[in-house]
Design a protein around this ligand. Sequence first.
Ligand code: ADP
Ligand code: MG
Length: 282
Amino acid sequence: MTMSPDTPTLTAVPPQVLLGNHLKALKLPTFAREYEKVAMEAAQDRADYPRYLLRLCELERIDRERRNIERRIRAARFPQTKSLDTFDFAAQPSLNKALVLELARCEWIEKRQNCIALGPSGTGKTHIALALGLAACQKNQSVAFTTAAALVHELMEARDERRLRVLQKHLNTVKLLIVDELGYVPFTAVGSELLFEVFSQRYERGTTLVTSNLPFDEWTSVFGSERLTGALLDRLTHHVHILEMNGESFRLATSKRTQRRASPGLNTITKKTTEGANTTEI
Ligand code: ADP
Ligand code: MG
């Protein structure tokens, strides 16, 4: 049988196309993108085949790690990106810097310990929580960030829509659950129980980081029940790192400095917002 020179045959498919298909199926996008360039470099350097393959493997692994971290950060749903690099420890002397740096190494997450950051508004609790969350993502750990109010709302909604188990399962599987702003909004009895269940199910199974403007002895005002608060604190504080942040509000200190620069001689300003739980219940 004779074939005209321009009849396509399987062997006429350029190897680059076949290679592209295989690399796509094998999920090696960096190989696909880089192999020609790396081949030229390898030829220039007179690198042998194993070295050529090694370079490609290294590039693929580095890129995969970066993609994983980006995926972890997206999944964590951080409201903003904050890191320890931008945290001024000198402005918050009550905070144990050594402990924060230790927590950023993420060994506490491997050990399934907890952390509670306590202090008034503006002292950097959310900043530290976000920074520790980011550090965990960078160590390829699964993280979920939420506020206590949003979490209770989500749990109640899931319960009403009969998908509470699915949500609870998801909350149980993340390595680090960050619950920010416990204390601003008191919960209904149902809300308290649902949040208690989350903490309780994660006990010794996963790491939970809670931030609160309230000292422990005032947590009952949030959960409504002394018995439930006691049981919750018992679990949460069993293996716990406490971050005390009792200094001045960073926002307030910054605006004081700005005001002082604008009108020298003015040393005090009145903070308009008031602290503490508001009266809305969820
Ligand atoms: P909190 O959660 O305790 O109310 P935030 O973490 O929201 O406080 O801090 C308020 C703002 O001030 C944020 O923009 C945060 O990044 C910034 N901030 C607070 N403390 C510091 C600090 N010590 N160094 C740098 N920025 C800070
Ligand atoms: Mg906050």
